[in-house]
Write a protein that binds this ligand. Structure first.
Ligand code: NAD
Ligand code: ZN
Length: 368
């Protein structure tokens, strides 16, 4: 099992990454100072696949673990579901030294994490991410929370798990469209700070696109390890998102607006972020920050991985209105993360609105 340390100045945290390791989870937990009782929070799909092996491995080393299955889907990521979790924690009389296990994708991780943060002002939390997006992104860094009717992730807190436990074999059961969500984040790490990862993606694009993850777990092992190392570096330097973490928003400024403009149905997060990264590269070229051949290289990689880089027919204005109402807009100015070469980005609030308009318009497909 690989072990990546997130070097938070006061409390370093470990991320364990391995293949077929769920049966060793109990032992790993036993090496940490926690109470004897826990609650495993998951949903029915993931429960059927992976809950039993984890609970048994915990029981084998003397822990008692109850299970709570939440309804599946982003639409349940709200305060009502948090209440359900809190009721169960109270009912089971868990104490602060006891633990919550978050087993699932980002939705489960964000909700179980938030409930763990507020129950008794913080109970031990362990993230066991099973989606690619959760393994390379949401389970590291400590952001937890739920959606509000007025917007995504508006309610939440920073709360670090005592460790994150990744078994790559869980990817074998992940639906293909979910793999692509995590893949966009992996490309992001390559462009913002990891040229070696970028080259590796270029060299293995055809296997990755062909979804050969079932056979080639070592490809995913490399991609997840590199991504976790990159995210660990960034979040350790900026735990509460006051500066460096902003680079993780590469592709997300426009990506979020596209997701929202299409009401979260047409584009998955990863597909929207891929278009957002492409647009950011075009802006960088227009601003004289990025060489056109490097922009081409990034676009080619995204295409070779199977991403579509144009936007389905829509009014540019719809996207632009959403862009400027994003919670990350500071003093009315949009902030874009722009690459200057592979592995290096800058943050700019100087991109003229007219340039943004031109580039969005150029990416929108004509109505057929
Ligand atoms: N906290 C953060 O820093 C952070 C970062 C990025 C995204 N997020 C949040 O993460 C969420 C998206 O996460 P996601 O993409 O993992 O979606 P998700 O949690 O909805 O999981 C996607 C689907 O895959 C299923 N699934 C997960 N693992 C599986 C497996 N191994 N086998 C079979 N099915 C499996 C889930 O049940 C679900 O139906 C969003 O709510 C987003 O806001 C949080
Ligand atoms: Zn993202």
């Amino acid at each position: 099992m690989h072990n990546i340390t997130i070097k938070f100045p006061r409390n370093p945290r470990n991320v364990y990454v391995g293949i077929n390791t769920l049966s060793q989870f109990g032992e790993t937990l036993g090496a940490h100072k926690v109470g004897k009782k826990g609650l495993l929070i998951t949903n029915a799909t993931i429960s059927k696949l992976y809950a039993r092996v984890i609970i048994e491995s915990c029981q084998n080393v003397g822990f008692t673990v109850d299970i709570l299955e939440l309804p599946e889907g982003e639409q349940y990521k709200n305060l009502t579901t948090i209440q359900t979790i809190l009721d169960k924690l109270v009912e089971n009389k868990l104490e602060r030294k006891d633990f919550v296990l978050a087993l699932g994708g980002g939705v489960i991780g964000d909700m179980a994490g938030f409930a763990a943060a507020i129950y008794l002002r913080g109970i031990n939390l362990i993230q066991i991410p099973t989606s690619l997006l959760a393994q390379v992104d949401s389970s590291l860094g400590g952001k937890t929370g739920v959606n509000h009717a007025k917007g995504k992730n508006l309610i939440g807190s920073f709360y670090q798990p005592i460790f994150t436990f990744i078994d790559l074999a869980t990817l074998k059961t992940l639906p293909q469209k979910e793999i692509r969500c995590g893949l966009a984040e992996i490309v992001k790490y390559g462009v913002i700070q990891n040229p070696r990862l970028f080259n590796y993606l270029e060299q293995h694009a055809s296997q990755i696109k062909a979804e050969q993850y079932t056979q080639d777990l070592e490809i995913w092992e490399y991609l997840v390890l590199q991504s976790c190392t990159n995210k660990a570096y960034v979040v350790a330097k900026d735990e509460k998102e006051s500066n460096l973490r902003e680079i993780l928003n590469f592709g997300h400024t426009l990506g979020h607006a596209i997701e929202t403009a299409f009401e979260y149905t047409y584009y998955s997060h990863g597909e929207a972020v891929a278009i957002g990264m492409h647009a950011a590269c075009l802006i960088a070229v227009q601003q004289g920050l990025l060489a056109p051949n490097i922009q081409q290289k990034i676009a080619t990689l995204l295409l070779n991985l199977g991403f579509n880089l144009s936007i389905a027919p829509i009014q540019a204005k719809q996207i632009e209105t959403l862009l400027f109402s994003d919670k990350k807009v500071k003093d009315g100015k949009l902030r874009f993360v722009l690459p200057t070469k592979i592995g290096k980005v800058i943050v700019s609030n100087e991109v003229p609105a007219v340039v943004i308009h031109e580039i969005i318009t150029s990416l929108i497909e004509e109505q057929k």
